[in-house]
Design a protein around this ligand. Sequence first.
Ligand SMILES: NC(=O)C1=CN([C@@H]2O[C@H](COP(=O)(O)OP(=O)(O)OC[C@H]3O[C@@H](n4cnc5c(N)ncnc54)[C@H](OP(=O)(O)O)[C@@H]3O)[C@@H](O)[C@H]2O)C=CC1
Ligand SMILES: O=C1OC[C@@H](O)[C@H](O)[C@H]1O
Length: 383
Amino acid sequence: MVFILKRLYSAFYPPVPNSTSPTPLRFGILGAANIAPIALVLPIKNHPDAVVHAVAARDQKRADAFAKKWGIRKAYGGSTAYQELLDDPQVDAIYNPLPNGLHYEWTMKALAAGKHVLLEKPSANTSEETRRMFEFAEKKGLVLLEAFHYRFHPAVRRAKEIVSSGELGEITRIETSMSVPVGIIKANDIRLQYNLGGGALMDMGCYAMSMARYLAGSNPVRVVTASADTESAFPKIDVGTTATLAFASPTSEFTANVRAVLRDPLRFGFIPRMPELTARVVGTQGELTLFNFVLPWAYHYITVQSTLKTGAKQTRTEKHYGKDSWTTYRYQLEAFVDKVRGRTPEHWYDAEDSIANLQWIEHIYEETGLGARPASTAQVPAE
Ligand SMILES: NC(=O)C1=CN([C@@H]2O[C@H](COP(=O)(O)OP(=O)(O)OC[C@H]3O[C@@H](n4cnc5c(N)ncnc54)[C@H](OP(=O)(O)O)[C@@H]3O)[C@@H](O)[C@H]2O)C=CC1
Ligand SMILES: O=C1OC[C@@H](O)[C@H](O)[C@H]1O
């Protein structure tokens, strides 16, 4: 417990670098979003070559309050604030943590304004929108990254390394699961609004899908089964989705179970269930479990159970926290800034990865009968 508190403390009070660049990469944030402090504002304090220059919110008071609280120089507010932020020549890169259904519109506008974009997950409401954003970024020579921060963390990279090493033999099953108990996500949350791109599969499921594909090292070949739980209060929203995907293997096929739940029901009507954040790979020679693959910087463990040549089973536990005080978001920021600066990031993933992730999310939504999330109807700049 003390260990976790220390990790949280250093995430919230990151050490500042001894020297900083006179010309740092200047970020602008679209929306005074809940996630912005932990995902960008705090980790950037530890980056010697990046700063947050401005924030924009639909309400001036909200923008001012956010800027004051987090020490941000400039605050744009009002109905034209987002565009004013994009037009600010002192902003080099945009962080887009708007609701999913607005990702496409404002990323396209940011790219049109000549800004690099760090875009929250899931990248858009549809895979076609994702493809268009990446094509536009490519055309403009700008960096665009879907913020799957977990992928940059040493614990996740190590889990992948173990799977790829062949130590577990041939993969026979993958399970990725993310759930939170009912009550955490409030009824008016963006995650429960269809037009804003809500749904468990979009929100938590995009990680579960991304991790399953990452561990598999390929894309699925088909959806085997998929079912969604709904509640009448939230039309067209999956409050929970479970899907089984088939992947091709050298000998035949293996399956991945992907589970995402936004409102896990109480046990016996009153006991909250523990959140789940687990990835598991079962192979012909052993199995691996990564507990907390999404926020491994706070706490995680990897257990590997393998079968020795003698037939005996051996179990070990590994932990990989990497650099002191670095969260998944700090690792992600390092890669993003490196990419913009023309350096080769230690780790990266490409447009095809983001496009495929959403394609398979769409396939699952179709299979559940709920249908994919609605495409944006906003006017966007010509690609
Ligand atoms: N990487 C990660 O770990 C996490 C990523 N996320 C992702 O970040 C994004 C934002 O999530 P979160 O911070 O929880 O969201 P918030 O509920 O804080 O909403 C984000 C911002 O959206 C703006 N907004 C614009 N239009 C609307 C609208 N019609 N309704 C509601 N809000 C609107 C608001 O900006 P304004 O201030 O201008 O009013 C608000 O600040 C999502 O894509 C989510 O998937 C979320 C949590 C964790
Ligand atoms: O990105 C996220 O990570 C953590 C989850 O709890 C949250 O709902 C999601 O948006």
